[in-house]
Structure formats: structure tokens, C-alpha cells
Design a binder for this molecule. Structure first.
Ligand code: NAD
Length: 492
């Protein structure tokens, strides 16, 4: 049961070659409700033998069935999956809140409904996609030739995902990978295995997706991810997670030179220019950092404000943060739920202590909320007085923690925003649209919102510059990540 008494049903079994089954070792591990610290249930603890069977099944399905060439079949299966997930909406919503600690309100967008909708978007894209382009005749080296370019699936995709928005990331990989004709082995994060295994059950029981096309292997052991990234039978590894792990994935994949797609961490800037609606902008910055307790890679966590408006910005932001207390994620009004685990809470609290050591002041928050004896909660926290090169201003905290940095004009604001090894997202606020666009264009990140505009949707590419990633998820660019390009010529 969830905290509100909704029935929470998960799925213990992994999915290999169309079969829902326990791990070969029969081992299981627990999945925990981060808001209550209760054990929700258990899940199969996939081992190297399960992974080996999953990769072999994905290889067979790619090499020996028509999955990669039958686009009508794939489109029909993706639409079937979308409808089946919609039909399970209530059950999935309760389970997602219980397992991730995400506020219920977010399941109506990024945590559930938007990713499910995205399956329809990518099915439409595959249906209308130009798989071949005729380049006409030419005479390279004097040989008259008729040429065309063909797009084909990459092969077996190893998908490795984190815990913060599991449906979003699992489906942002599965949808385009399947639409493009690949087969997949999905290794979800150990903190949110049910979000993946329930998907496996729906695929196995309620769709015509053939055996082996999707395999789902949860594991308590991160080494299973490394094995997947390194396996020579896998053609493409699609990873979302921390930058540190992304580098390890790249190393694991290097020996077999497989295609590597990485969506990694961020420390995005929320830039307020001196003509902006300061209060409105600060309120949005406060709200944003509380969303899912700051556990979003693209959440803006550095608030870059005009120096002469610093005090007003801090006061305004702190006031709004104070009105967004961490609380029960099943309450429809909650914005800031718990962190995913005790380990993650320790990490966030460690950064809050570090802020003091780096000369910063905690303006609001910094502790655990009163009255919540259980659950991995921390208060929304505002830090001022640190330089942009302080660790708390440079490293990804992944909690509801906002660091305020003053700027001395637009050029300085751009320089501060770009003074980061990350390049994932950002936000610019100004009363002058051209000025805001000018600054947005100079910020070296994969996404930027202007005056509250939101780029998050299935048709918009999302990804990072610099150490925030390699490649793009979503949109046409995200779909084409899962394709190879073949050039063919015949005598003309
Ligand atoms: P993580 O890097 O610890 O783990 C991510 C996944 O990688 C998990 O499934 C884990 O089991 C697996 N893994 C761990 N070690 C591995 C290895 N050596 N080889 C292969 N796989 C391995 O990340 P997390 O803590 O689960 O998630 C939080 C991080 O994810 C944050 O840094 C956040 O910014 C990032 N993230 C990025 C995006 C994005 O799109 N850019 C989206 C969400 C989360």
C-alpha cells in the first residue's frame, strides 16, 4: 500500500526472451518507498547469467526476425504499448510515486504521462520517416553511378538508466530505439526497478512485441551495467546517469568501439538580467529547484542575479522556498518530495555542510523538515556568499539546493553561466526578448528556456554540451541516434 492507501503493485520478475521469470540465481533485492522508508516489495536480482541470456535473445531477435525491417509492425506495437500503459495509468501512478518518491503532480507530466505520450509521437515519426533518400546520378572517379542513402537500425541497444525520472528515461530510450528497428536490453537503476519491470510485464502480456526485442534485467549490482556496456554483441550503449559513471561507460564500450550515447549531469544556470521581473523570476527559480526535490539533471541550481539586486533576489527567493516545504509526495499539493535514498540524503547534507566551509551562508533550509520522522527529506535550501568556483557552485548536488551568484552585467552573467564543466540546460530572464535571446544563444548548453518557456516535449531534442553528454534524446535527432547510415550506389 502507498501512504494514501492506494494499492501499489509492482513486478518481481525480469523479462528475458519474452519470458517473465525470476533471476537464475533466484536472488531478489528490495525496493524501498523513499517517503516512508518501508519496503514496497522485492524484484529479481539479475546476474551475469541473466544478462548473457538477455543479450543473446536481443541479438537473435535483431539478426533473425523481421523486426528491424518491418516498420508497420513496429509502429503497431508501439501504439499498442502506449494504449496498454494508459490503461494501467492509475496503478502506474501510485507505484511510481511510491517507488520514486516523486510528487503525484509530476506523474501527470514528466514522471509518467508525457513519456507514455511520447511513444505515440515516435510511432508517428517512424511511420512517416524517409528511410531512403535518392541522391540521383553522379560520376565519381568517372564512373556514372546512381546513389541513394538508407537509414537502418543500429542493432542491439544496451540501455542503462537512473532512478530520478525512470519512466521518462526508460521510454525515451525504448521508444526511439524500437521505432528505429533495434532490439533492447534495459538495465534500470537499482533504486527504481519496478518502474522498469512493470513495463516488462505490460510488454510481455499485452503487446505483440516479439520475444527478445525488449529484455529487462534489474540488478542490485552496478557491475551488470558495465558488463552490458562492454559486451561485444551489443552495438550501441545508451546511458543516462551521472557524469562520473558516463565516463566509465565510455571506457567499457571503448574496447568494442560501440556507438555510445550519454545523457549526464548538470549544474545549470538561471540567469536574471537587470530589466527582468525579479520577483517572478526568483519565484520560478525557487519552484524549479524544489521540483522532485531537485533530483533532475536539467534543473537550474545556480541563480545568477544582478549584483545590485542581490539582496532583493535572495529575500524574494528565500520567501518562496519557505512556502514550498518538503512533504508527502502523495499529497497533490506537494512540490518537494523526499530524496531517493538515505545515501542521497547524506550526500546532499554533505554539500550543505560544505557550503559553510566554503564561506557560504544558508539563508533558508539546510536541515530536515519538522514533523517528518520517516523518509529521506531535506528542506529546500538557499546558499549565498560562495564564489562561482566553490564546489557547491560547480558540483551537481541533486537535491533542493539553490546557490546564488551575483553578476555584473550580461557579459559577466554569460561568463558565469558558462564557467561550468557541465552544459545541460539554463534559463534566461529579461523584459527585452532580443536581449534574452542574445544571452540564450551565448550559453553553451543543450537547452535554454527564456522567461519561463519550456523546451521539455517529445519533439524537442534534449542533451548536453561539454561533460553533460554526447548525443541527443527525443525529437528527430533523438530518433536518429538509433540509426546507422548506409550509402549505396549502382552503375547508372
Ligand atoms: P548513476 O550514474 O549512479 O547510475 C546510472 C545507472 O548506471 C544505474 O542504472 C547504475 O546501476 C548504472 N551503473 C553504475 N555504474 C556503472 C558502470 N560502471 N557501468 C555501467 N553502468 C553503471 O546515476 P544515478 O545516481 O542513478 O542518477 C543520477 C544521475 O543521473 C545524476 O548525475 C543526473 O544528473 C543524471 N541524469 C542525467 C539525465 C540527463 O538526461 N542528462 C537525466 C536524469 C539523470
Amino acid at each position: 500500500m502507498s501512504a494514501t492507501g492506494d494499492v501499489v503493485t509492482g513486478e518481481e520478475r525480469l523479462l528475458v526472451d519474452g519470458e517473465l521469470r525470476p533471476a537464475r540465481s533466484s536472488r531478489t533485492f528490495e525496493t524501498i518507498n523513499p517517503a516512508t522508508e518501508e519496503v514496497l516489495g522485492v524484484v529479481a536480482d539479475g546476474g551475469a547469467d541473466d544478462l548473457d541470456e538477455a543479450i543473446a535473445a536481443a541479438r537473435r531477435a535483431f539478426d533473425h526476425t523481421d523486426w528491424s525491417t518491418n516498420v508497420e509492425r513496429r509502429v503497431a506495437c508501439l501504439r499498442q504499448l502506449q494504449l496498454a500503459l494508459v490503461a494501467h495509468g492509475d496503478e502506474l501512478r501510485a507505484m511510481t510515486v511510491a517507488e520514486t518518491g516523486s510528487p503525484l503532480s509530476l506523474t501527470y507530466s514528466a514522471q509518467l504521462d508525457t513519456p507514455v505520450e511520447s511513444l505515440g509521437w515516435v510511432a508517428d515519426l517512424a511511420e512517416g520517416y524517409q528511410w531512403e533518400s535518392d541522391l540521383g546520378k553522379a560520376s565519381p572517379l568517372g564512373i556514372p553511378s546512381h546513389r541513394w542513402v538508407r537509414r537502418e537500425a543500429t542493432g542491439v541497444v544496451g540501455a542503462i538508466t537512473p532512478w530520478n525520472v525512470p519512466h521518462q528515461i526508460n521510454l525515451a530510450k525504448l521508444g526511439p530505439a524500437l521505432a528505429a528497428g533495434n532490439t533492447v536490453v534495459l538495465k534500470p537503476a537499482p533504486d527504481t526497478p519496478w518502474c522498469a519491470t512493470v513495463l516488462g510485464r505490460v510488454i510481455a502480456e499485452e503487446t505483440d512485441i516479439p520475444p527478445g526485442v525488449v529484455n529487462i534485467v534489474p540488478s542490485s549490482d552496478h557491475a551488470i551495467g558495465a558488463l552490458l556496456a562492454g559486451d561485444p554483441r551489443v552495438d550501441h550503449v545508451s546511458f543516462t546517469g551521472s557524469t562520473a559513471t558516463g565516463k566509465r561507460v565510455m571506457v567499457s564500450a571503448a574496447d568494442t568501439l560501440k556507438k555510445v550515447f550519454l545523457e549526464l549531469g548538470g549544474k545549470s544556470a538561471f540567469v536574471i538580467l537587470d530589466d527582468a521581473d525579479l520577483r517572478g523570476a526568483c519565484a520560478t527559480a525557487a519552484f524549479t529547484v524544489c521540483t522532485h526535490a531537485g533530483q533532475g539533471c536539467a534543473i537550474t541550481t545556480r541563480l545568477i542575479v544582478p549584483r545590485r539586486q542581490l539582496d532583493e533576489a535572495v529575500e524574494s527567493t528565500a520567501r518562496v522556498l519557505g512556502k514550498l516545504p518538503a512533504g508527502d509526495p502523495t499529497d497533490p499539493g506537494t512540490i518537494c518530495g523526499p530524496l531517493i535514498s538515505a545515501r542521497q540524503r547524506d550526500r546532499v547534507e554533505g554539500y550543505i555542510r560544505l557550503a559553510g566551509e566554503e564561506g557560504g551562508t544558508i539563508v533558508t533550509g539546510g536541515g530536515r523538515p519538522d514533523g517528518l520522522e520517516r523518509g529521506f527529506f531535506v528542506e529546500p535550501t538557499l546558499i549565498v556568499g560562495v564564489a562561482n568556483n566553490a564546489r557547491v557552485a560547480q558540483e551537481e548536488i541533486f537535491g533542493p539546493v539553490l546557490v546564488v551568484i551575483p553578476h555584473d552585467g550580461d557579459d559577466d552573467a554569460v561568463a558565469l553561466a558558462n564557467d561550468s564543466l557541465y552544459g545541460l540546460s539554463g534559463s534566461v530572464w529579461s523584459a527585452d526578448r532580443d536581449r534574452a535571446i542574445g544571452v540564450a544563444n551565448r550559453i553553451r548548453t543543450g537547452t535554454v528556456g527564456i522567461n519561463g518557456g519550456l523546451w521539455f516535449s517529445p519533439d524537442m531534442p534534449f542533451g548536453g554540451y561539454k561533460q553533460s553528454g554526447v548525443g541527443r534524446e527525443s525529437g528527430v535527432a533523438g530518433f536518429e541516434e538509433y540509426l546507422e547510415t548506409k550509402s549505396i550506389a549502382e552503375p547508372a
